[in-house]
Design a binder for this molecule. Structure first.
Ligand SMILES: NC(=O)c1ccc[n+]([C@@H]2O[C@H](COP(=O)([O-])OP(=O)(O)OC[C@H]3O[C@@H](n4cnc5c(N)ncnc54)[C@H](O)[C@@H]3O)[C@@H](O)[C@H]2O)c1
Length: 419
Protein backbone atom coordinates (compact mmCIF):
# COMPACT_ATOMS: atom_id res chain seq x y z
CA UNK A 1 0.00 0.00 0.00
CA UNK A 2 1.48 3.36 -1.03
CA UNK A 3 2.09 5.79 1.78
CA UNK A 4 -0.28 8.75 2.11
CA UNK A 5 2.08 11.56 3.11
CA UNK A 6 0.99 14.54 5.18
CA UNK A 7 0.34 17.55 2.96
CA UNK A 8 1.73 21.09 3.28
CA UNK A 9 -0.93 23.71 2.53
CA UNK A 10 -0.91 27.45 1.79
CA UNK A 11 -4.12 29.38 2.53
CA UNK A 12 -4.55 32.44 0.27
CA UNK A 13 -6.74 35.08 1.89
CA UNK A 14 -6.97 35.68 5.64
CA UNK A 15 -10.56 36.95 5.74
CA UNK A 16 -13.98 35.83 6.92
CA UNK A 17 -14.03 32.38 5.33
CA UNK A 18 -10.43 31.53 6.20
CA UNK A 19 -10.17 32.85 9.78
CA UNK A 20 -13.49 34.48 10.71
CA UNK A 21 -11.53 37.74 11.10
CA UNK A 22 -12.71 40.66 8.97
CA UNK A 23 -11.24 44.13 8.58
CA UNK A 24 -13.55 45.36 11.34
CA UNK A 25 -12.94 42.58 13.86
CA UNK A 26 -14.43 39.13 14.36
CA UNK A 27 -17.15 38.35 11.82
CA UNK A 28 -20.73 38.85 12.95
CA UNK A 29 -22.00 36.31 10.38
CA UNK A 30 -22.48 32.58 10.96
CA UNK A 31 -18.69 32.07 10.48
CA UNK A 32 -17.24 33.77 13.55
CA UNK A 33 -14.17 31.52 13.61
CA UNK A 34 -14.03 30.85 9.89
CA UNK A 35 -13.97 27.54 8.04
CA UNK A 36 -10.69 26.95 6.15
CA UNK A 37 -8.06 27.48 8.87
CA UNK A 38 -10.14 25.71 11.53
CA UNK A 39 -10.63 22.69 9.23
CA UNK A 40 -6.91 22.57 8.38
CA UNK A 41 -5.88 22.86 12.06
CA UNK A 42 -8.16 19.89 12.79
CA UNK A 43 -6.82 17.94 9.78
CA UNK A 44 -3.32 18.57 11.17
CA UNK A 45 -4.48 17.14 14.52
CA UNK A 46 -5.79 14.15 12.54
CA UNK A 47 -2.38 13.87 10.80
CA UNK A 48 -3.53 14.54 7.23
CA UNK A 49 -1.77 17.89 6.83
CA UNK A 50 1.49 19.25 8.17
CA UNK A 51 3.01 22.69 7.61
CA UNK A 52 0.41 25.47 7.18
CA UNK A 53 0.97 28.95 5.79
CA UNK A 54 -1.36 31.90 5.23
CA UNK A 55 -0.96 34.77 2.78
CA UNK A 56 -2.87 38.04 2.69
CA UNK A 57 -2.04 41.54 1.51
CA UNK A 58 -1.44 43.42 4.75
CA UNK A 59 1.04 41.74 7.11
CA UNK A 60 -0.01 44.13 9.91
CA UNK A 61 -3.22 42.14 10.35
CA UNK A 62 -1.48 38.97 11.56
CA UNK A 63 -1.08 39.78 15.28
CA UNK A 64 -4.85 40.34 15.58
CA UNK A 65 -5.61 37.23 13.51
CA UNK A 66 -3.30 35.09 15.67
CA UNK A 67 -4.88 36.43 18.86
CA UNK A 68 -8.36 35.67 17.48
CA UNK A 69 -7.37 32.08 16.51
CA UNK A 70 -5.57 31.48 19.84
CA UNK A 71 -8.56 32.63 21.87
CA UNK A 72 -11.40 31.15 19.85
CA UNK A 73 -9.88 27.94 18.43
CA UNK A 74 -6.88 26.91 20.58
CA UNK A 75 -8.78 28.16 23.64
CA UNK A 76 -12.02 26.41 22.69
CA UNK A 77 -10.89 22.95 21.52
CA UNK A 78 -8.42 20.42 22.94
CA UNK A 79 -5.11 19.66 21.16
CA UNK A 80 -5.54 22.37 18.54
CA UNK A 81 -2.26 23.81 17.22
CA UNK A 82 -3.10 27.10 15.48
CA UNK A 83 0.43 27.96 14.32
CA UNK A 84 1.12 28.96 10.70
CA UNK A 85 3.77 30.77 8.66
CA UNK A 86 2.64 34.22 7.51
CA UNK A 87 3.09 36.18 4.27
CA UNK A 88 3.85 39.03 3.84
CA UNK A 89 6.27 38.90 6.75
CA UNK A 90 7.43 41.74 9.06
CA UNK A 91 4.17 43.71 8.76
CA UNK A 92 4.74 44.55 5.11
CA UNK A 93 1.92 45.32 2.68
CA UNK A 94 2.22 43.46 -0.64
CA UNK A 95 -0.64 42.29 -2.91
CA UNK A 96 1.83 40.02 -4.75
CA UNK A 97 3.05 38.27 -1.62
CA UNK A 98 1.22 35.12 -2.80
CA UNK A 99 4.02 34.74 -5.37
CA UNK A 100 6.68 34.77 -2.63
CA UNK A 101 4.71 32.21 -0.62
CA UNK A 102 4.09 29.96 -3.66
CA UNK A 103 7.72 30.20 -4.84
CA UNK A 104 8.79 28.57 -1.56
CA UNK A 105 6.53 25.55 -2.07
CA UNK A 106 7.38 22.19 -3.66
CA UNK A 107 5.35 20.70 -6.49
CA UNK A 108 2.66 18.37 -5.16
CA UNK A 109 1.82 20.68 -2.24
CA UNK A 110 -1.56 22.46 -2.06
CA UNK A 111 -3.00 25.98 -2.24
CA UNK A 112 -6.48 26.95 -1.03
CA UNK A 113 -7.74 30.28 -2.42
CA UNK A 114 -10.32 32.44 -0.57
CA UNK A 115 -9.55 35.92 -1.87
CA UNK A 116 -11.76 38.47 -3.70
CA UNK A 117 -13.41 37.06 -6.85
CA UNK A 118 -11.28 39.03 -9.32
CA UNK A 119 -8.03 37.60 -7.88
CA UNK A 120 -8.87 33.85 -8.01
CA UNK A 121 -7.71 33.36 -11.59
CA UNK A 122 -4.23 34.88 -11.38
CA UNK A 123 -3.41 33.20 -8.04
CA UNK A 124 -4.74 29.80 -9.21
CA UNK A 125 -2.86 29.93 -12.52
CA UNK A 126 0.38 30.94 -10.79
CA UNK A 127 0.06 27.97 -8.40
CA UNK A 128 -0.97 25.42 -11.07
CA UNK A 129 1.94 26.43 -13.31
CA UNK A 130 4.28 25.59 -10.44
CA UNK A 131 2.86 22.07 -10.09
CA UNK A 132 0.70 22.82 -7.03
CA UNK A 133 -2.78 21.37 -6.45
CA UNK A 134 -5.45 24.05 -6.04
CA UNK A 135 -8.82 24.46 -4.33
CA UNK A 136 -10.55 27.69 -5.44
CA UNK A 137 -13.59 29.16 -3.75
CA UNK A 138 -16.65 29.95 -5.84
CA UNK A 139 -17.04 31.68 -8.25
CA UNK A 140 -13.96 29.92 -9.66
CA UNK A 141 -13.36 32.75 -12.11
CA UNK A 142 -15.41 35.68 -13.36
CA UNK A 143 -15.07 34.80 -17.04
CA UNK A 144 -15.60 31.60 -18.98
CA UNK A 145 -12.34 32.09 -20.89
CA UNK A 146 -10.37 32.22 -17.60
CA UNK A 147 -12.17 29.07 -16.42
CA UNK A 148 -11.22 27.33 -19.70
CA UNK A 149 -7.59 28.42 -19.21
CA UNK A 150 -7.53 26.84 -15.73
CA UNK A 151 -9.01 23.58 -17.11
CA UNK A 152 -6.19 23.40 -19.67
CA UNK A 153 -3.48 24.42 -17.17
CA UNK A 154 -4.59 21.79 -14.61
CA UNK A 155 -4.55 19.15 -17.35
CA UNK A 156 -1.11 20.21 -18.64
CA UNK A 157 0.50 20.23 -15.18
CA UNK A 158 -1.45 17.13 -14.04
CA UNK A 159 -2.67 18.67 -10.78
CA UNK A 160 -5.92 18.42 -8.84
CA UNK A 161 -8.01 21.58 -9.24
CA UNK A 162 -11.36 21.65 -7.42
CA UNK A 163 -13.84 24.47 -6.89
CA UNK A 164 -15.05 24.70 -3.29
CA UNK A 165 -18.78 24.16 -3.99
CA UNK A 166 -19.51 22.83 -0.50
CA UNK A 167 -23.27 22.54 -1.08
CA UNK A 168 -22.57 19.42 -3.15
CA UNK A 169 -21.72 17.73 0.18
CA UNK A 170 -24.92 18.79 1.93
CA UNK A 171 -26.71 15.42 2.41
CA UNK A 172 -30.04 16.93 1.32
CA UNK A 173 -28.63 18.38 -1.90
CA UNK A 174 -26.73 15.23 -2.84
CA UNK A 175 -29.77 13.07 -2.10
CA UNK A 176 -31.92 15.46 -4.15
CA UNK A 177 -29.52 15.02 -7.10
CA UNK A 178 -30.01 11.25 -6.93
CA UNK A 179 -33.81 11.66 -6.71
CA UNK A 180 -33.85 14.12 -9.65
CA UNK A 181 -32.07 11.51 -11.78
CA UNK A 182 -35.22 9.33 -11.48
CA UNK A 183 -37.70 12.06 -12.43
CA UNK A 184 -37.17 12.15 -16.20
CA UNK A 185 -36.89 15.25 -18.36
CA UNK A 186 -36.17 18.60 -16.69
CA UNK A 187 -38.88 21.26 -16.79
CA UNK A 188 -38.37 24.08 -14.23
CA UNK A 189 -35.92 25.19 -11.49
CA UNK A 190 -36.29 28.22 -9.23
CA UNK A 191 -33.69 29.21 -6.60
CA UNK A 192 -33.62 32.07 -4.09
CA UNK A 193 -30.61 32.95 -1.97
CA UNK A 194 -30.20 36.14 0.05
CA UNK A 195 -28.31 37.77 2.89
CA UNK A 196 -29.34 40.75 5.06
CA UNK A 197 -28.64 44.34 4.03
CA UNK A 198 -26.02 44.59 6.79
CA UNK A 199 -23.73 42.53 4.53
CA UNK A 200 -23.38 45.63 2.35
CA UNK A 201 -21.27 47.07 5.20
CA UNK A 202 -19.16 43.86 5.41
CA UNK A 203 -18.71 43.78 1.62
CA UNK A 204 -18.15 47.54 1.25
CA UNK A 205 -14.62 47.07 -0.19
CA UNK A 206 -15.80 45.11 -3.22
CA UNK A 207 -19.62 45.21 -3.51
CA UNK A 208 -20.56 46.40 -7.00
CA UNK A 209 -16.90 47.12 -7.89
CA UNK A 210 -15.07 43.80 -7.88
CA UNK A 211 -18.08 41.48 -8.11
CA UNK A 212 -21.87 41.27 -7.82
CA UNK A 213 -24.43 39.39 -5.75
CA UNK A 214 -25.11 36.88 -8.52
CA UNK A 215 -21.45 35.78 -8.56
CA UNK A 216 -21.38 35.81 -4.76
CA UNK A 217 -24.61 33.92 -3.93
CA UNK A 218 -26.27 32.51 -7.06
CA UNK A 219 -23.02 30.66 -7.82
CA UNK A 220 -24.12 28.16 -5.13
CA UNK A 221 -27.47 27.15 -6.64
CA UNK A 222 -26.39 27.53 -10.27
CA UNK A 223 -23.72 24.95 -9.49
CA UNK A 224 -26.24 22.65 -7.78
CA UNK A 225 -28.59 22.96 -10.77
CA UNK A 226 -25.76 22.31 -13.27
CA UNK A 227 -24.69 19.30 -11.19
CA UNK A 228 -28.24 17.88 -11.06
CA UNK A 229 -28.67 18.42 -14.81
CA UNK A 230 -25.18 17.07 -15.72
CA UNK A 231 -26.47 14.19 -17.88
CA UNK A 232 -29.99 15.56 -18.38
CA UNK A 233 -29.79 18.99 -20.08
CA UNK A 234 -27.43 21.79 -21.21
CA UNK A 235 -27.89 25.59 -20.87
CA UNK A 236 -28.28 27.50 -24.13
CA UNK A 237 -29.26 31.11 -23.33
CA UNK A 238 -29.17 33.53 -20.38
CA UNK A 239 -31.09 36.74 -19.85
CA UNK A 240 -30.63 38.81 -16.70
CA UNK A 241 -32.62 41.44 -14.82
CA UNK A 242 -31.63 43.48 -11.76
CA UNK A 243 -33.39 45.46 -9.03
CA UNK A 244 -31.54 48.55 -7.79
CA UNK A 245 -31.79 51.52 -5.42
CA UNK A 246 -31.29 50.13 -1.90
CA UNK A 247 -27.53 49.42 -1.94
CA UNK A 248 -26.80 52.80 -3.52
CA UNK A 249 -28.90 54.76 -0.96
CA UNK A 250 -28.34 55.74 2.70
CA UNK A 251 -26.87 54.27 4.84
CA UNK A 252 -25.02 51.88 2.49
CA UNK A 253 -24.02 54.28 -0.31
CA UNK A 254 -22.46 51.60 -2.50
CA UNK A 255 -21.00 52.61 -5.88
CA UNK A 256 -23.71 53.58 -8.45
CA UNK A 257 -23.46 50.34 -10.47
CA UNK A 258 -24.26 48.10 -7.44
CA UNK A 259 -27.36 45.97 -7.98
CA UNK A 260 -29.55 44.86 -5.03
CA UNK A 261 -31.13 41.72 -6.43
CA UNK A 262 -30.10 39.90 -9.61
CA UNK A 263 -32.19 37.34 -11.49
CA UNK A 264 -30.81 35.13 -14.26
CA UNK A 265 -33.31 33.31 -16.46
CA UNK A 266 -31.71 30.39 -18.27
CA UNK A 267 -33.00 28.21 -21.12
CA UNK A 268 -32.01 24.55 -20.92
CA UNK A 269 -32.23 21.90 -23.66
CA UNK A 270 -32.55 18.18 -23.06
CA UNK A 271 -29.55 16.09 -24.10
CA UNK A 272 -31.79 13.05 -24.72
CA UNK A 273 -34.96 14.43 -26.27
CA UNK A 274 -35.48 16.79 -29.21
CA UNK A 275 -38.68 18.26 -27.76
CA UNK A 276 -37.94 18.78 -24.06
CA UNK A 277 -36.76 22.18 -22.90
CA UNK A 278 -36.61 23.65 -19.40
CA UNK A 279 -36.35 27.03 -17.69
CA UNK A 280 -34.29 27.93 -14.63
CA UNK A 281 -34.55 31.13 -12.61
CA UNK A 282 -31.72 31.94 -10.19
CA UNK A 283 -32.19 34.97 -7.92
CA UNK A 284 -29.77 36.38 -5.35
CA UNK A 285 -30.04 39.45 -3.12
CA UNK A 286 -27.99 41.26 -0.51
CA UNK A 287 -30.78 43.62 0.45
CA UNK A 288 -32.92 41.10 2.34
CA UNK A 289 -34.47 42.13 5.68
CA UNK A 290 -32.42 42.34 8.87
CA UNK A 291 -33.37 40.20 11.88
CA UNK A 292 -34.93 37.43 9.77
CA UNK A 293 -33.51 34.76 12.10
CA UNK A 294 -31.21 33.40 9.40
CA UNK A 295 -27.96 34.58 7.84
CA UNK A 296 -28.65 33.19 4.35
CA UNK A 297 -32.12 32.47 3.01
CA UNK A 298 -31.71 29.53 0.62
CA UNK A 299 -34.47 27.53 -1.00
CA UNK A 300 -35.18 26.01 -4.38
CA UNK A 301 -37.77 24.09 -6.36
CA UNK A 302 -37.10 21.52 -9.10
CA UNK A 303 -39.83 20.20 -11.38
CA UNK A 304 -39.39 17.42 -13.93
CA UNK A 305 -41.52 15.11 -16.04
CA UNK A 306 -42.40 12.70 -13.23
CA UNK A 307 -42.25 14.73 -10.06
CA UNK A 308 -40.79 17.67 -8.16
CA UNK A 309 -38.40 18.46 -5.29
CA UNK A 310 -38.65 21.30 -2.76
CA UNK A 311 -35.71 22.23 -0.50
CA UNK A 312 -35.46 24.89 2.22
CA UNK A 313 -31.94 24.86 3.63
CA UNK A 314 -32.37 27.96 5.77
CA UNK A 315 -34.95 26.33 8.06
CA UNK A 316 -33.82 22.85 9.06
CA UNK A 317 -36.28 22.19 11.85
CA UNK A 318 -33.94 23.60 14.52
CA UNK A 319 -34.45 27.06 16.00
CA UNK A 320 -33.15 28.74 19.14
CA UNK A 321 -34.74 31.76 20.82
CA UNK A 322 -32.73 34.04 23.12
CA UNK A 323 -34.23 36.97 25.08
CA UNK A 324 -31.84 39.58 23.69
CA UNK A 325 -31.61 38.49 20.07
CA UNK A 326 -34.88 36.70 19.32
CA UNK A 327 -35.40 33.56 17.25
CA UNK A 328 -32.67 32.13 15.00
CA UNK A 329 -32.67 29.09 12.73
CA UNK A 330 -29.32 27.31 13.13
CA UNK A 331 -27.48 25.08 10.64
CA UNK A 332 -24.92 22.85 12.41
CA UNK A 333 -24.93 20.56 9.37
CA UNK A 334 -22.60 23.07 7.66
CA UNK A 335 -20.09 23.92 10.41
CA UNK A 336 -20.72 22.50 13.87
CA UNK A 337 -18.72 24.62 16.29
CA UNK A 338 -19.76 23.01 19.60
CA UNK A 339 -17.03 20.65 20.90
CA UNK A 340 -17.25 16.87 21.37
CA UNK A 341 -17.62 15.16 24.75
CA UNK A 342 -13.81 14.92 24.91
CA UNK A 343 -13.41 18.67 24.29
CA UNK A 344 -12.12 18.28 20.72
CA UNK A 345 -13.47 20.00 17.61
CA UNK A 346 -16.53 17.98 16.55
CA UNK A 347 -17.47 19.35 13.11
CA UNK A 348 -15.89 16.65 10.91
CA UNK A 349 -19.30 15.68 9.47
CA UNK A 350 -20.26 19.24 8.46
CA UNK A 351 -20.36 19.77 4.70
CA UNK A 352 -18.14 22.88 5.01
CA UNK A 353 -15.43 20.65 6.53
CA UNK A 354 -16.03 17.63 4.24
CA UNK A 355 -15.60 19.81 1.16
CA UNK A 356 -12.03 20.74 2.21
CA UNK A 357 -11.18 17.24 3.46
CA UNK A 358 -12.23 15.68 0.10
CA UNK A 359 -9.75 17.96 -1.66
CA UNK A 360 -6.95 17.11 0.80
CA UNK A 361 -7.73 13.38 0.41
CA UNK A 362 -7.68 13.61 -3.40
CA UNK A 363 -4.33 15.42 -3.40
CA UNK A 364 -2.72 12.94 -0.99
CA UNK A 365 -4.00 10.05 -3.09
CA UNK A 366 -2.59 11.60 -6.30
CA UNK A 367 0.74 12.32 -4.58
CA UNK A 368 0.92 8.67 -3.46
CA UNK A 369 0.33 7.53 -7.06
CA UNK A 370 -3.00 5.88 -6.19
CA UNK A 371 -5.13 8.07 -8.47
CA UNK A 372 -4.74 10.49 -11.39
CA UNK A 373 -6.20 14.05 -11.25
CA UNK A 374 -8.31 13.36 -14.38
CA UNK A 375 -10.12 10.50 -12.58
CA UNK A 376 -11.95 13.01 -10.40
CA UNK A 377 -13.66 14.48 -13.49
CA UNK A 378 -15.60 11.24 -13.79
CA UNK A 379 -17.01 11.56 -10.26
CA UNK A 380 -19.54 14.00 -8.92
CA UNK A 381 -16.76 16.07 -7.37
CA UNK A 382 -16.58 19.78 -8.30
CA UNK A 383 -13.40 19.69 -10.39
CA UNK A 384 -12.52 22.73 -12.48
CA UNK A 385 -13.70 20.81 -15.58
CA UNK A 386 -16.99 19.71 -13.98
CA UNK A 387 -17.91 23.27 -12.98
CA UNK A 388 -17.43 25.06 -16.31
CA UNK A 389 -21.15 25.57 -16.98
CA UNK A 390 -21.59 27.31 -13.64
CA UNK A 391 -19.07 29.95 -14.73
CA UNK A 392 -20.59 30.08 -18.24
CA UNK A 393 -24.02 31.00 -16.78
CA UNK A 394 -22.64 33.54 -14.27
CA UNK A 395 -20.46 35.21 -16.91
CA UNK A 396 -23.35 35.26 -19.41
CA UNK A 397 -25.56 36.83 -16.72
CA UNK A 398 -23.07 39.64 -16.13
CA UNK A 399 -22.77 40.33 -19.87
CA UNK A 400 -26.57 40.30 -20.20
CA UNK A 401 -26.87 42.97 -17.46
CA UNK A 402 -24.06 45.12 -18.86
CA UNK A 403 -25.08 44.88 -22.51
CA UNK A 404 -28.86 44.51 -21.97
CA UNK A 405 -29.16 41.49 -24.25
CA UNK A 406 -29.59 37.72 -24.11
CA UNK A 407 -26.32 35.77 -24.21
CA UNK A 408 -25.99 32.35 -25.87
CA UNK A 409 -23.96 29.43 -24.49
CA UNK A 410 -22.69 26.75 -26.85
CA UNK A 411 -20.03 24.12 -27.30
CA UNK A 412 -17.30 24.83 -29.81
CA UNK A 413 -15.34 21.61 -30.25
CA UNK A 414 -14.36 20.57 -26.73
CA UNK A 415 -14.80 24.05 -25.27
CA UNK A 416 -17.85 25.95 -24.00
CA UNK A 417 -18.11 29.52 -25.32
CA UNK A 418 -20.48 32.50 -25.05
CA UNK A 419 -22.17 34.24 -28.00
N1 LIG B 1 -17.44 34.58 3.61
C1 LIG B 1 -18.17 33.58 3.16
O1 LIG B 1 -19.14 33.15 3.77
C2 LIG B 1 -17.78 32.89 1.89
C3 LIG B 1 -18.36 31.65 1.62
C4 LIG B 1 -17.98 30.96 0.47
C5 LIG B 1 -17.09 31.56 -0.40
N2 LIG B 1 -16.56 32.79 -0.13
C6 LIG B 1 -15.64 33.38 -1.12
O2 LIG B 1 -14.37 33.57 -0.53
C7 LIG B 1 -13.70 34.67 -1.14
C8 LIG B 1 -13.19 35.57 -0.05
O3 LIG B 1 -14.20 35.67 0.87
P1 LIG B 1 -14.08 36.17 2.38
O4 LIG B 1 -15.49 36.26 2.80
O5 LIG B 1 -13.12 35.40 3.17
O6 LIG B 1 -13.54 37.65 2.11
P2 LIG B 1 -12.79 38.70 3.00
O7 LIG B 1 -12.97 40.02 2.32
O8 LIG B 1 -13.16 38.58 4.43
O9 LIG B 1 -11.26 38.24 2.83
C9 LIG B 1 -10.58 38.32 1.62
C10 LIG B 1 -9.11 38.12 1.92
O10 LIG B 1 -8.39 38.05 0.70
C11 LIG B 1 -7.17 38.74 0.90
N3 LIG B 1 -6.62 39.14 -0.39
C12 LIG B 1 -7.07 40.09 -1.25
N4 LIG B 1 -6.24 40.17 -2.33
C13 LIG B 1 -5.26 39.25 -2.12
C14 LIG B 1 -4.10 38.87 -2.81
N5 LIG B 1 -3.76 39.47 -3.96
N6 LIG B 1 -3.29 37.91 -2.29
C15 LIG B 1 -3.59 37.32 -1.11
N7 LIG B 1 -4.70 37.64 -0.40
C16 LIG B 1 -5.50 38.59 -0.89
C17 LIG B 1 -7.52 39.90 1.81
O11 LIG B 1 -6.36 40.36 2.45
C18 LIG B 1 -8.48 39.20 2.78
O12 LIG B 1 -7.75 38.59 3.80
C19 LIG B 1 -14.70 35.28 -2.12
O13 LIG B 1 -14.43 34.81 -3.43
C20 LIG B 1 -16.04 34.73 -1.65
O14 LIG B 1 -16.97 34.57 -2.73
C21 LIG B 1 -16.89 33.45 1.00
Amino acid sequence: MAELKKLNVLMCGTGEYTTGWTGSGASTSDKKIGVVALTLFDLRRREKVDHLAMVGVNGKKFPAIREHLEKNIAGAYKDMDVSFEEFPKDGLVDPESYKTAINQMKSGEAVIIFTPDSTHFSIALYAIERGLHVLITKPATKTLSDHNTLIEAAKKHNVVCFVEHHKRFDPVYSDAKAKAATLGEFNFFNAWMSQPKSQLETFREWAGKDSDISYYLSSHHIDICCWILQDIAIPTRVIASAATGIATSEPYNCVPQTEDTITLMVDWESVRSKTHRGTAVYTASWTAPLKAGIHSAQHWYYMAEKGDITVDQAHRGYDVTVDDTGKAWINPFYMKYSPSESGHFDGQRGYGYISIEKFIDAVRSVNAGLTQPSQYDKTGLPTIRNTVLTTAILNAGRISLDEKRPVGIKKDGEQWILE
